[in-house]
Write a protein that binds this ligand. Sequence first.
Ligand SMILES: Nc1ncnc2c1ncn2[C@@H]1O[C@H](COP(=O)(O)OP(=O)(O)OP(=O)(O)O)[C@@H](O)[C@H]1O
Ligand SMILES: [Mg+2]
Length: 519
Amino acid sequence: MSTLRRFPPTGLRWRLAGWLALVTLACTAIVFVTVYRGTGTQLRHQIDQETAGDAGELAHNLALARSRTPRQLSAAATRYVRAQPFSASSTLLFVLVPGVGTSTNRPEVFAPLSPDHGETPAEQAQENRLSARLLAAPAGYSTVLLPDVGDLRLLKRLVRVPGGLTVTVGVGEPLAAVAHAQRSVARAFILAGLLALAGALLASYLVGARLSSPLRKMAAVAARVDAGDLYPRIHHTGGQGDEVKVLADAFNHMLDRLTDAFAGQRAFVADASHELRTPLTVIRGQLEVLASQREPSGEEVRRVERLVQAEIARISRLVDDLLLLAKTEQTEFLRIEWIDLSAYVGELWDGMSLLANRHFELGPVPAGTLRADPDRLAQALRNLVGNAIEHTTADGTVRMRVQSAPGERIRFLVEDDGPGIPLDQRERVFHRFHRIDAARDRASGGTGLGLAIVRGIADAHGGTVSAGESQEGGARIDLELPGFTAAHARAADALGETVRAQHGRGASGAGDAGRVRTR
Ligand SMILES: Nc1ncnc2c1ncn2[C@@H]1O[C@H](COP(=O)(O)OP(=O)(O)OP(=O)(O)O)[C@@H](O)[C@H]1O
Ligand SMILES: [Mg+2]
């Protein structure tokens, strides 16, 4: 019972066994019908040839007999048929001489119309009917059913003998041998079919068990994963072309990705909680300090209020960033529009270059339109420019170059002359909460989400973002988006001149510039 439950009859091995049994049966049936019919046809053909030979020989002998009268001819025929070696067998041989009678090796069949010696009238009547049927059979081949013999293959020929007489020569051979051979074929096929069926069932069951074994292992691994254990893997040894190996590898790869995704999610939640806890701890500490004073001075209250406000602003920014990051994975994250690139970049740059005391340089912007979400793109560029401002000192350079790229793409290169991003950090800076100098950035208010948001926005547009090095050795962030359609060549020169702007407004010194925000 338990075995049945473990291997339900709907399982792969049972279905395989069932199908193979059906195919074996069908093949055996087709071969059987072919062999059965072939045997019958061949034997019948052989019998036809034999009867033709016998009839020919009989006709030839009658011709040689040189009998002058019908009676002499009949006597010669009787002598011949009685002398044949097959006269005692079941083969029928007769010669009908008109006006005389029938000479045959089976006289009881063609006997006179009265009861023979020892025969009942019913038996004699039957023989009379039989002889009438034999005599009435058409010339050529026919099959006649005889009560004792069964089916009889009969060949009748009209033979003209010397002297002008025409006699009927008949030769009959029972078809029992054919039926017998066909029965033997059927018996052999039933036996062989049963053996083949049993062999096919056993082989297919074993093959099915072998094939389904890795699948059952995969199901067991999937069940463990479902129960929360992400670490089991399928170990299947097989060649390159082994489909099960391909499936097992894909399954393992999927589990690796799942494990990474879960680990990333856990780390993200831990980081987010940690980032939220830090300002909350500051707020609580400051409030406790304030509460511990019986009569706090107005200055002290304002100091605490300033600190608490700053931390609350930090928390709300963090929450906003987290929400935005969560939304980047949703399909309705973007509101795509046609953007006039030169006007858009010029306006954005004008706003950003007011934020700090830096050399802001904007290279020529190719004329054309870009299909993108203007608000999200502005946010990404502001994050990049904000980072550049943060990592440069007063009078440092913040540069943006915009270039068209093959495949209707556009590249935004934001560069600075700050310390740059070390080679081994250039991918990691795009990870959530990753900061190169965590202590300094936390003190300066950075949460390490800015570049992750830029990547989220780039991904949502079907674009890419990567970090590199500027010509001054500072950082260069390369944001590339699809969907750019270049305008007419004349229009491309519209913003040909490099726009340089140096602003002294906004933040006043190097220390303040590090806290400048673009969002
Ligand atoms: N222009 C740059 N020059 C040098 N380092 C940079 C530059 N831009 C980013 N980085 C490094 O990459 C890290 C991640 O940048 P990201 O913008 O994601 O976070 P953040 O600026 O620290 O915080 P947030 O942008 O969320 O306020 C930064 O902490 C910084 O160490
Ligand atoms: Mg940043």
